[in-house]
Design a protein around this ligand. Structure first.
Ligand code: BES
Ligand code: MN
Length: 458
């Protein structure tokens, strides 16, 4: 019998064709179709599949194997980011197209390609040995790209099915097809929205200008007060809980085959601005940030309009590192914004959620406990050999700048540590136009995971 996973590139093209944008309810049917696609593949692999309802998009929960066997949990997300701006895509974001060894489409790398890698490897292993003595629970959610609002509730309800020894995740990055990274940490996140209110409605700036403070001017004052001239965040207490990276982490970073010049060229910038004491490549993983993701207010149309706007807003997120807490930083940023806001303007700050940072110390590295579950030790050990076997180099163990808040929740609620093997690269354009997945990485990674699943079960 032939199944879709016999041809992983076709399988990925199919998966990408379901436009599962979680941020926009217009895409509800694509979200459902991508979920069905994932369920079908898992059923073909012999899993018992359950679709667990949540307030927004259901979670796919699937299991195989005997409860007495070592238990691996595998995480993925079937939702994707919005494809906008559409006019910058070379081909349709939801009609997968292969060009120059890459499969283009929204979600190809984040996170559909890596899921097809795991599933294809399992398909090959289970075809050879249907009784592989490894219990596997699959957990594929549909709200990752909107901050997983339903996940905590799901977890509290279903944690008993997730009491495994390790979580396998491939939703992080690597330098390229010759060098993979085992991700040892993710930054946390806290999101805030600032609203500033001036006069009761937009005003003629000639008739009234000079008498009152413009909310946009107040917004810019607040904005410029939140960093100092050297790039440090000025929010009182912002850095209090930050712990410096370990020596081994700096050594691992020095193995990264990426120069600052190449990185600047990739970004299209002439100059970096990391905070004092950190190189750019250190700053993106070891330092917290405060970023403006969007600001607005006043006239945005063509030509000029002489107006004093009634309102202005800013959307802010902070990336957090150990041992900062999302709640604590949200409160500190809120207090600082309120304090920097001129008294003539009314200011409201809304905390929009987030998650705490996560680190895992690979078994055997300085600081590791030595009492990790057997399957966790074995998996880290086996992964290194399997990666070297297919990619020709040992992985680099590195923290990453991005966030997957549920990884920390799974540790807190179900005691699961994560083995995160990065399969996408900077060139894959995550969250940007022309997202793609490198098919060379895909092929090498499938053989890596084939060997990994086999060895983990022996
Ligand atoms: N896969 C990414 C996270 C990621 C990217 C980790 C690069 C490591 C390296 C994930 O899908 C993502 O984009 N997460 C969001 C989380 C947010 C929506 C709560 C992020 O990091 O912005
Ligand atoms: Mn992702």
């Amino acid at each position: 019998m032939t199944v879709i996973l016999d041809d992983p590139v076709r399988a990925l093209a199919d998966y990408v064709s379901h436009d599962s944008v979680s941020a926009d309810s217009c895409f509800a049917s694509g979200v459902a179709a991508a979920r069905d696609f994932a369920c079908e593949r898992l059923r073909e692999l012999g899993f018992t599949v359950e679709i667990v309802k949540t307030p927004i998009n259901p979670v796919v929960l699937a299991t195989r194997g005997d409860p007495s066997w070592p238990h691996l949990v595998i995480y993925g997300h079937y939702d994707v980011q919005p494809p906008d701006p559409l006019d910058l895509w070379v081909s349709d974001p939801f009609e997968a197209t292969v060009r120059d060894g890459r499969l283009y489409g929204r979600g190809a790398a984040d996170n559909k390609g890596p899921q097809i890698v795991h599933m294809t490897a399992l398909h090959r292993v289970l075809k050879e040995n249907p009784d592989l003595p490894l219990r596997i629970t699959y957990l594929i959610e549909g709200e990752e790209e909107i901050g997983s609002p339903s996940f905590r509730g799901f977890l509290e309800e279903r944690k008993d099915s997730l009491l495994g020894e390790l979580l396998l995740v491939s939703d992080t990055g690597s330098p390229g097809p010759d060098q993979l990274v085992v991700t040892t940490g993710l930054r946390g996140l806290t999101a805030l929205e600032v609203k500033l209110f001036g006069p009761r409605q937009d005003l003629h700036s000639g008739v009234h200008g000079g008498a009152l403070l413009n909310p946009l001017q107040a917004l810019m004052k607040i904005g410029s007060s939140l960093h100092d001239d050297e790039g440090r965040v000025t929010v009182p207490g912002f850095y209090d809980a930050v712990v410096a990276p370990e020596q081994w982490e700096r050594e691992e970073l020095s193995r990264l085959p990426l120069t600052e010049d190449k990185y600047a060229e990739f970004l299209g910038i002439d100059e970096f601005s990391p905070p004092p004491g950190y190189s750019p490549l250190e700053a993106i993983r070891f330092c917290p940030t405060l970023e403006f993701n969007g600001v607005g207010g006043g006239y945005q149309g063509e030509g000029s309009k002489t107006v004093i706007p009634a309102e202005a807003f800013a959307k802010i997120t902070c990336r957090l590192v150990p041992n900062q807490s999302s709640e604590d930083i949200a409160n500190k940023v809120k207090a600082a914004v309120e304090q920097f806001c001129p008294s003539a303007i009314r200011c409201e700050v809304f905390v929009k959620g987030g998650g705490d940072p996560y680190v895992v110390i690979p078994p055997g590295k300085p600081g590791s406990s030595g009492s990790e579950p057997h399957l966790m030790k074995k998996a880290f050990d086996v992964a290194e050999g399997c990666i070297e076997g297919s990619f020709g180099t040992k992985p680099i163990y590195l923290r990453e700048g991005g966030s997957i808040p549920i990884i920390r929740d799974l540790k807190e609620v179900a005691g699961l540590e994560s083995l995160m093997i990065g399969l996408f690269t900077n060139e894959d354009n995550l969250h940007s136009p022309n997202e793609s997945f490198d098919l060379e990485i895909m092929e090498k990674a499938i053989s890596t995971f084939e060997a990994f699943f086999k060895q983990l079960a022996t």
